[in-house]
Design a protein around this ligand. Sequence first.
Ligand code: GAL
Length: 411
Amino acid sequence: MKRLLVLLVVLLSFAVVFGGGVVEIFSWWTGGGEEEGLFAIFEVFNEWYPDVEIINATVAGGAGFAAKAVLKTRMLGGNPPDSFQVHGGMELIDTYVVTGLMEPLSDHLKEWGIYDKFPSAIMDICSYNGLVYSIPVNVHRGNVVFINNAILEDVGIERVPDDWPGFIEVLKKIKDAGYIPLALGDKDKWEAAHLFESILISTLGAYNYNGLWEGRTSFDHPGIEEAVDIFHELMNYVNDDHAALTWQEATRLVFDGEAAFNVMGDWAMGYLKTLGWTPGVEFSWMTVPGTKGTFMVVTDTFGLPKNAPNRENALKWLKVIASVEGQDAFNPIKGSIPARVDANKELYDDYLVWSMNDFATNALCPSIAHGSAAAEGFITALNDALNLFIANQNKAQFLRTLRNAAGEYVY
Ligand code: GAL
């Protein structure tokens, strides 16, 4: 026993003197294309810091619907992980920064010589009072339709219109041909909100959509009601079992040749690739009807909680995710573009090059469902209200709930 204790003390001192130890990284990337990207960045970390062991703390569930609650409990309970996945924008700022739970990272970025290597639009939503509080590893695009090419060919559709009436005509044809026109899996609710916010960007336009969060656009704007009508119409073309499926299971319907379209963020692209598809071969893509020229931004970032148990190792992790090497290992698999402006574009497929070009030139709109545009309370209210709307189709009730939520959490 005594010998064992001595050995333990020796090992611990060794770890303190020579680095080593562990780092706990918290995320919701657990498979279906997500974990593959995470593991690729872990590999870079292991190369850079072979003596530090990563504890991969994940809570499954797309968009972090389950992870976020666990994280909040840990953070408020004084038991933070060393670093955690968080969306830039309100999810970071409102939940963790204004509450004083995070360390600023600006000085570290300067020390690493990369403070100016990120797009300002992304850095802005990772900052508060002039200080950066999280480091973006990627930019996902939310307003995308993924398309099964073989089904379109079979039904004889050569071009998919990018206005809603034309798109709905195509949905009808696909339905008549016996396929599921639009794959949806809203088991975790946020997936319906994801579809709805994509429509909202089309009916409001980027300027008015952004105005909702900047105090310029009222929640009485007719574009909101219009979005509800389109959403309602689309429900005639989704799979019957949508409420039982996750986003991966819905994307899988496209892969399995059962559904023609899936409106999803481009993590679905990462998933299709890990299933074995090549962008532009078995599947193609387009912006959600009416949203050409607009890029719905979803950005995954990592921060440093105050009192991180392994702070030095957390900084090592942040250095890796901030690096070109880390981002170029992660993003081509994850289906996102790198946040670093100086990444190696050669490593990215046709889809991602398309996304990069659009990101650089389009109007940017922060996502609601993925934490950037609005506070958590608003997101929960929207998710619940949409869920109820799908069941009872009561538009007046939905609009009332939405406006009340805006009054409480946005204005
Ligand atoms: C988003 C996240 C993406 C992806 C997606 C589905 O919120 O930003 O990286 O994980 O959820 O889980």
